[in-house]
Design a protein around this ligand. Sequence first.
Ligand code: ZN
Length: 354
Amino acid sequence: MKTFRLLLAALLFAMLATPVSAEPLPFTIANESITPGSRKDFRIPVPEGSDGSTFIPVTVIHGAKPGPVLAVVAGVHGFEFASILAAERLAERVDPAALSGTLVLVRIANINGFEGRSPNVNPVDRKNLNRVFPGNPHGTQTERIADLIAREVVACSDFLMDVHSGDGAEFLDAFVGVYGGPLATDFSLALQVARGFGFPNIVRYSMDTQEQIDRGRSLNRQGVAMGKPTILVEIGQNGSREEAHVAAIVTGVENGLVALGMVQGPIHDVPPPARLFEGTASATASSEGVFHPAKPGPRALEKGELIGTIRDYAGREIEQILSPINGYALYGITGPPVEAGDAVVTIGVPVNAF
Ligand SMILES: [Zn+2]
């Protein structure tokens, strides 16, 4: 009996002491299984509702070696074409044999917005996918897409990149938004990845209250809510497919793969940011009508400076919009249509350091 116990103890010790296998396992997502060292292209079906079924095209590159899971989501806004073209290019460039970990590429989150060339919203239900997270499996089509992206893509990731490109009738100066503050996870890692894009602007969004995360929740704030280090990538404007913008996104994601330890290099050389911001403020329209920007495009603004005017449909000036702070106009609408409540310009609050 004593010998048996000793044998049992030895066996248990051997089991506990055996190192966990370094061999990666198949990666599973949305009922798909991807073998190590391979790539798989598939569609996540968005089930039929009262407004029809759709799908989310996804490519997973599952590395030959174990490592973290990076989720890159493009096309939350289907008219933001640079992000979508960058996802297509990344799927061809990232080699599963050289990858440690897994790259989950959502090629086009909002396929009906893309096919319909529809800025801001999914034309099926007129909802903005970037305001309905965490979504609802029994809701309208956009809410069902959000639910699937949250549960299948964000949930399985260790790091989230939400990639946008300035929507229709918008101007935008390239920036990366980084989530920090008490309710965000691993700001320093997210900042390191953000710097790899080489964009001129970095915005730190401090998540101090649950209300900030919940109100009109975007995909990037869904990442924050689920405890993922998250960045918001923004480059391009007005449905542009400019090569420089596509290439800049690819460069940034590839530098991110190095920063996350998923590939060995090389690092693309990029400049440091020219401007840092601690959050943003909005100048908001109170009236609908025809918007006339004083000077369209990104620029420094002084508090009280005229941003633009709104005329009614008889051509009478009915509103002047003034800058609420000293700051930098990062993005905004070029108009001419404007609705009451629209953020006409989003203004970064400058800081010297984070
Ligand atoms: Zn967008």
